[in-house]
Design a protein around this ligand. Structure first.
Ligand code: FPP
Length: 235
């Protein structure tokens, strides 16, 4: 089986987790943030090189102001304080998404954690924040067109490899995509990067998706047969 290099997670079910306990939806996000830290450290110990997560989609701005504000403040708190442990373990944080219309204080906390962890080399932790898959492809297309207009590249230079490198982050393809909480959708997440991903869906809500659950997904991945459009070679 192909080495597991890049895992991506759609962290769904925080709201339902909270509701089941009679709590405010935001408490589900808070609990989810603790699980995320646990999973990131687990990925380091499993020698996974890239972990991508869907923290906030461009569509999530449609949620109540209270919930959006809570999430933005939680991001700041995580990046400024809680990510110290991740930094200690060699995690390099990068972001994917548009900066507009994120708040200045959120952007500042993102820039700080990127700068602080830029020389770490154990795991690249790609956080998709104010992210949309179509938007990423459109933004990348515009960037490449501009390079053609400026004469930096020619039309013939545009291929799979060049396109991948010009995306928000230059990452390898996603090997394993996990979505929690029993939803079977990709919700405009990393569309380019998931072209040959193995999908793992679980009913477990994200705040309950601890490292033992993560291990189950990793195990399932190693039991799959990846053919990349070809046929499996018999030994
Ligand atoms: C989806 O669950 C989850 C989100 C929109 C937010 C994910 C954010 C975190 C886990 C917080 C920590 C993140 C970082 C990067 C520090 P939902 O609210 O849609 O759940 P529901 O479907 O049950 O309503």
């Amino acid at each position: 089986m192909e080495e597991l290099k890049h895992v991506a997670i759609i962290m769904d079910g925080n709201g339902r987790w909270a509701k089941k306990r009679g709590l405010n939806r935001s408490m589900g996000h808070k609990e989810g943030s603790k699980v995320l830290e646990e999973l990131c450290l687990h990925a380091v110990s499993k020698k996974i090189s890239y972990l991508s997560v869907f923290a906030f989609s461009t569509e999530n701005f449609k949620r109540s102001k209270e919930e959006v504000d809570f999430l933005m403040n939680l991001f700041i708190e995580m990046f400024r304080k809680k990510f110290k442990e991740l930094h200690k373990h060699g995690v390099k944080v990068v972001f994917s998404g548009r900066r507009e219309p994120l708040r200045q204080d959120v952007l500042a906390s993102m820039d700080e954690i990127v700068e602080k962890t830029k020389d770490n080399d154990k795991l690249v932790f790609n956080i998709c924040l104010n992210y949309g898959g179509h938007t990423e492809i459109i933004d990348t297309t515009k960037k490449i067109c501009q390079n053609v207009i400026d004469g930096k590249i020619t039309l013939d230079d545009i291929d799979d490899n060049l396109f991948s490198k010009e995306l928000y982050q230059d990452l390898p393809p996603i090997d394993l995509l996990i979505r929690t909480s029993g939803e079977y959708r990709v919700s405009n997440f990393m569309l380019w990067q998931m072209s040959y991903s193995e999908f793992y869906f679980t009913d477990t809500l994200f705040p309950d998706f601890h490292k033992e659950e993560f291990d189950k997904a990793i195990l399932a991945y190693y039991e799959r047969d990846r053919k990349f459009g070809g046929v499996k070679l018999e030994k």
